[in-house]
Ligand binder design. Structure first.
Ligand SMILES: [Zn+2]
Ligand SMILES: [Zn+2]
Length: 148
């Protein structure tokens, strides 16, 4: 798997799929710098776009897929209700959707996200592995560091 960095454009916030040493925003042309080396282990110890050491990991879950599963389940529930199936029948699509969600969740790769610039790092080595999303750290970046 090739490693990639997706940096939100500092100007227009569109995602830029960056290759080191730099990449241009496809929509406004703003250039972003990206470091090439992910560090000794091949993992991401600090953000490759802004050097920020605070990163979190999350599942790389495509929102469209999640919405499609929910939409299909809702449709099946509607069909079950409309065709006067016994009441338990409406739980079948709901349980199915939940099971599919869980399966997908296990199978999906993790993406490492920078708290500061929101750059997404995909396909890097698993170590060092950042902590899951921490709202306290997020707030520190969102509302400034003066609270420390
Ligand atoms: Zn842009
Ligand atoms: Zn960053």
């Amino acid at each position: 798997m090739t490693s990639r960095v997706e940096v939100p454009c500092p100007k227009c916030r569109r995602p830029i799929h960056a290759q080191p040493p730099s990449a241009a925003c496809p929509s406004c042309g703003t250039r972003v710098e990206v470091r090439a080396s992910p560090g000794a282990t091949g993992g991401v110890a600090s953000c490759l776009a802004c050097n920020c050491p605070d990163l979190y990991r999350q599942k790389d879950f495509p929102r469209k897929v999640g919405l499609a599963i929910v939409g299909a389940a809702a449709l099946l529930v509607f069909v079950a209700v409309a065709s006067r199936l016994p009441f338990w029948a409406i739980y079948v699509p709901l349980l199915g959707a939940a099971a599919l969600d869980a399966l997908l969740y296990l199978a999906l790769p993790e993406v490492v996200v920078c708290y500061r610039c929101r750059a997404k790092h995909r396909g890097f080595a698993a170590e060092p592995r950042p902590e899951p999303f921490d709202p306290a750290v997020h707030d520190r970046y969102a509302f400034g560091r003066s609270t420390e």
